[in-house]
Design a binder for this molecule. Structure first.
Ligand code: PRP
Ligand code: MN
Ligand code: MG
Length: 178
């Protein structure tokens, strides 16, 4: 994959260390509570998988698929639910797990949608936060890394569905982005 990499922004080790910290914090904060992690597919798949392994209290997982980017590097602003949750979230403590908050449009839509289902509480955990491009005000409760305004891929994040499998977060070479 090295031929596609302009710069590695966050290494595997840095991710692992941060994910462990977040898992420990969540385990303390949600002790004794009915915790449900909601993975926002597809981007959050790697983060969800690693984060859940660092959580040391009982918890459930569910998955939701939404898409606003398609094959573009820019958010269309139109969020589409491709797959909804399997379970009710009423009176449960939920954490939405995201790979990145960019414009914030995906999450503000999701928050509004999930709040209407009356969870006991709703928090946001994101691996990456890119505040430079925020359109809709969203404030994560748990953040891995705050990053500059770069287009990044890897560790779940894609460009045209590629590079999700790369174990680190990187800036791709300009010539591969159409
Ligand atoms: C990406 C990313 C976040 C969202 C962030 O998902 O995984 O979910 O965009 O952008 P925003 O803050 O500007 O809304 P995408 O729509 O590309 O779907 P994917 O997770 O399947 O790649
Ligand atoms: Mn996504
Ligand atoms: Mg995407």
């Amino acid at each position: 994959m090295k031929q596609f990499v302009e710069e590695i922004l966050i290494t595997e080790d840095e991710i692992a260390k941060k994910v462990k910290e977040l898992g420990e914090r969540i385990s303390l904060d949600y002790k004794g509570k009915d915790l449900l992690l909601i993975c926002v597919l597809k981007g959050a798949i790697m983060f969800m998988s690693d984060l859940s392994k660092e959580i040391t209290i009982p918890m459930d997982m569910d998955f939701m698929a939404v898409s606003s980017y398609g094959a573009s590097t820019q958010s269309s602003g139109v969020v589409k639910i491709i797959k909804d949750l399997d379970t009710s979230i009423e009176n449960r403590h939920i954490i939405i797990v995201e790979d990145i908050i960019d414009s914030g449009l995906t999450l503000s839509y999701l928050i509004q949608n999930l709040e209407s289902r009356k969870p006991a509480s709703l928090a946001i955990c994101t691996l990456l936060d890119k505040p430079a491009r925020r359109v809709s005000r969203v404030k994560p409760d748990y953040t891995g890394f705050v990053i500059e305004d770069h287009f990044v891929v890897g560790y779940g994040l894609d460009y045209d569905e590629k590079f999700r499998n790369v174990p680190y977060v990187f800036i791709p070479k300009a010539e591969i982005i159409k």
